[in-house]
Design a protein around this ligand. Sequence first.
Ligand SMILES: Cc1ncc(COP(=O)(O)O)c(C=O)c1O
Length: 393
Amino acid sequence: MKPRTRVNHPPQTVFPAGRRALVSPIYQSVKFELEDLAATERVWSGREPGFHYSRVGNPTVSELEELLAELQGREACIATGSGIAAVALALIAFLSAGDHVVGFIETYGPTRALLSKTLGRFGVTHELVSLHDIAAVEHALSRVKTRVVWFESPTNPMLKIADVEAICRLSHDHGALVMLDNTLAGLEAHAQFPIDVYVHSLTKSANGHGDVMGGAIIASQQLIDQVRMQANVFGPALDPHAAFLILRGLRTYHIRRAAQCASAQKIAEWLALHPRVARVHYPGLESHPSHQLAREQMTDFGSVVTVDLKGDPEHSRRFADGLTLFSSVASLGSTESLIVPPQLQQPQGLTKDQVLLSSVLPTTSRLSIGLEDPDDLIADLETALTSAFAPNE
Ligand SMILES: Cc1ncc(COP(=O)(O)O)c(C=O)c1O
């Protein structure tokens, strides 16, 4: 064999039977060769499990999918290249022209845009109600036959808590599928409820290191089979290298999350007593209007703390600029702390009344608490608050 041929057919290490790598290798391959044509036909047609093409399935991605389904307490999962790809795929897989969705004013902005600007073009209608208005949910469901109820808890960025049991009961009574974006709540959260479809952005605390994007849809095998058919023609597949990094991130997920939630609680309590702070939104605070509900239905209170400063938006801008340990960037759940100041936080595409109901103020900042020492973070917050409100600045 000439060198030019050999480099395209390199030798492959085969482990002797009974040996294995403790950390699974990355199957960075698009194609998988089967022993003969008959086997290839069986796998291609889905009559036999196996891998043939990574858009459809890949062993590294599959390992991640199995783990995520187990953590969420459901049968199956499909991983995607980003969280919003998972949101889009979950909705597209179950909606057709003429179907109706009930969502919430507090729903993540790009998901609302997907409902109004994208799915709206294909004849899917939707209505947004306020998360705390259960009577409005019931009213919306009894007025229009609804295919999907879509919600988040806690919401991003105001950390409102949904009454998950009531939403599931009402939705199912009216024959709708219940879909929950569980990104802020965590990978095991809300498993005790009869949610039909869970969606996660793995970009956040699942991977946790701010260096890779991913998403997941988790449900019964039957529902995931339906989603997978759509995934095969839409192609939002997660890359195996990204799956490997997320699997590595997950090894420290519980330890990271516990430390970040503990720091978030400490920081929320400190901010709540600060004279420059108008209001702190954190479900772990007893002052949070749904603290008791959060305690009953969540696995932890999360690593995001939202704060309304006193003063005007310019004070909040100076506060964000004055922080040295919090970067002003739009993500959450990473090892380093982040802030989204009000100038980058205002909801788009809502009416004035809906903005009021969303509770986002022109002085609202969202903090994502990282793995730094919480005392250093508090010192940084104190310095930035002092300089933001210093006279003559
Ligand atoms: C609640 C929620 N869902 C979905 C997403 C989208 O995830 P990704 O950025 O991985 O596409 C985000 C991102 O911030 C989010 O906060």
